[in-house]
Structures are given as C-alpha cells and as structure tokens.
Write a protein that binds this ligand. Structure first.
Ligand code: FMN
Length: 319
C-alpha cells in the first residue's frame, strides 16, 4: 500500500466532524469517493487516561484507511503522551486541532486558542512530527483568533520547519465561529507561500463549491465537512465534475438509497447505543433537499430504532 497521504485535487478528504465523523460515517463517505478521512477531535488528556469515550472515538477497521487522528490539547506534555499512546495503538497519521472555536475547548487553551500562542502550537507540531515522522502530521487551523491578528501566513514557514506534512485552513477567525463567508483568497495566499500541501476547508457545501475552490485557490485538495453531512455522496459528485463525468442522480430513489446505506453502516459498524439518535440528526440533513422533507423529518426524529427509520423512509420510494 502506498504510504503517503492522498493529497491531489482528485483525492478529496472527509473533515473531522465532532459528533459525526465516526467509523460508520467515514466508511460511508469513503464508499462515495473520500480518499482520506479524519476522526472527530480527540482530547489528548482523554487519550492519556484512555477514557471509554476516547477509545470509542478511535474505533476503526482495515477499510478505514488512510485515517487521520485529530487530537486537541493545550500543552506539549499531554500531546507527547497522547502521541505515544496512538503510535502504540498502530495509528499512522495525525492532525492537531487549532480550529475549534467552541468555548468549552478554547477556555482550556486548546483548539483555536492555540492561535494566540503560535510558538506553543509550533512546538506541539514539532513533538508530533518527531514521534510520527514529518509527512505524517498535519495541522487544521483558522486564520487567527480575530481579525486584528491573522497568524496563518506567518505560521506557514515555522510549521513546515517543525515537520508539518500538510496544513488545512478553514479561512475564518475563531471569533467568527461559522459566521460570514470563508475567505478563499486566504487559501490562495497560503498556497502561494506554503512549502507543504494545503488542504481547503470552508463553505464547501456542494461539489461545485469544491471545484471552484480548487480552481480559484490552487490548493492541493479539499475537505468536505457540512457538505458531507448533507450529502455523503458529495465527494463522488465532485470527482465526477472534475473528471467530466455525468453527475449522480438527485432523485428521491437515490436519496433513499443513501439513507438506507447510512442506516446499514450504523447497524453494522456502530456499537454505540446512541447510534439511532445520531441517525435522527443525520437523516434529516440528507433528505432536506426533497419536497416533503419537513414532514418526513418529523417522523424520523420520533423513530426509536432502525426498523422504524427504514419504514419512515419507504415513502421516498413511492413518491
Ligand atoms: C458538526 C461539526 C463538527 C465539527 N467538528 C470539528 C472537529 O472535530 N475538528 C475540526 O478541526 N473541525 C471541526 N469542524 C469544522 C469542519 O471540519 C470544517 O472545517 C468547517 O465546518 C468548515 O467547512 P464547511 O464550511 O465546508 O462545513 C466541525 C464542523 C461541524 C459543522
């Protein structure tokens, strides 16, 4: 197996998505063209203590490769210990979360709060790269903490020097959270100066968005996040567009198939008692483009098990 991560425009990734990019969802998106996938963000401290939740987030299988384990933390020691644990467990690729802007995370000094302390962030990458190898470690960051202090361009060189093998940029500030538009021009500027590949994240809701982003910015590849939650087949649609092939259908029958595949993956690969609850949030996103989606959503969110969900979705076959 080729050991380097897929980093070309025709090799889209699935983004880290807390609460969603678990094993069943990653496998689903891989079936539909994602060439690499990230875990949900995982606490370095949780890893050191091997908490049950952390171990659950790390569930994987041989088809789930290449897999990038995303960690977050606020000090070099716990990052270093977490890396030791992960390497012992056989993981190969790693990412440092410097983009999560949720208060619960930033008030501990982790996630996007690291953008206020660039030298610490670079030290963390250096430790990760020393342990895992230079091309096996990346970072996912925002532009900076706020508009007054964008740090992403200044970080490009030190990060490459410290051993980052790629940089993923979600071009918003932490203060912005998800508001406003992702600044794709920033992706272009970063790509122009970065010595390592740049992965784009931000407002890639459709295959067309991703196609446009690659053309406009010259980034190495794209990462689907909310776009994949709304359409797990988005990477295949993007690849079809890139390669001049016909789009996948958008029919009810097709969406029904996607929903059934989603349910089947959770039935087969999830050990969580909360899996049915997760589907109650995922399936309504997938059907949201269809006529009558509101009524169907009302039914889905009341379903207690797989069978009830499958029954609720039958209407899509007959409409
Ligand atoms: C529900 C949800 C969970 C997310 N979880 C993570 C995470 O664990 N780690 C991370 O780096 N980014 C996380 N993100 C950010 C996404 O990976 C991505 O960078 C962001 O959504 C922008 O891309 P988009 O506009 O195409 O969705 C999350 C986003 C959403 C919507």
């Amino acid at each position: 197996m080729n050991d380097s991560l897929p980093l070309g425009p025709d090799q889209p990734w699935l983004a880290p998505l807390a609460g969603y990019s678990d094993l069943p969802f990653r496998l689903l998106c891989r079936t539909w063209g994602c060439k690499a996938a990230c875990t949900e963000m995982i606490s370095a401290k949780g890893l050191v203590y091997s908490t049950e939740n952390t171990m659950h987030l790390l569930r994987t299988c041989s088809r789930d490769f290449p897999l990038i384990v995303q960690i977050y933390g606020s000090d070099v020691i716990s990052i270093s210990k977490a890396m030791d644990r992960l390497l012992e467990m056989g993981f190969k690729y790693f990412d440092l979360n410097c983009g999560c802007a949720v208060k619960k995370v930033t008030r501990t000094g982790s996630g996007a709060a690291l953008l206020k302390n660039p030298s610490l962030l670079v030290d963390m990458i250096a430790v990760m790269a020393e342990k895992a190898g230079r091309s096996n470690v990346g970072i996912k960051m925002r532009l900076g903490w706020n508009n007054d202090n964008p740090v992403y361009l200044n970080l490009a060189e030190p990060l490459a020097g410290a051993g980052a093998g790629w940089i993923t940029l979600h071009p918003r500030t932490a203060v912005q959270m998800f508001s406003g538009r992702a600044d794709w021009l920033a992706l272009k500027k970063l790509k122009e100066i970065s010595k390592v590949p740049v992965v784009a994240s931000g407002d890639l809701y459709t295959a067309e968005d991703a196609f446009k982003c690659v053309k406009e910015t010259g980034v190495d590849t794209v990462m689907f996040a909310r776009g994949a939650l709304m359409d797990p087949s988005i990477a295949r649609r993007y690849l079809n567009l890139l390669q001049g092939r016909a789009d996948l259908p958008r029919s009810q029958i097709f969406i029904h198939k996607l929903c059934m595949q989603t349910i089947a993956n959770y039935r087969r690969f999830s050990t969580s008692p909360r899996a049915a609850l997760k589907l109650r949030s995922l399936l309504p996103r997938i059907i949201r483009c269809l006529p009558g989606a509101r009524e169907l959503r009302q039914r889905i969110i009341k379903c207690k098990d797989w069978k009830e969900m499958e029954d609720a979705l039958i209407v899509l076959q007959g409409r």
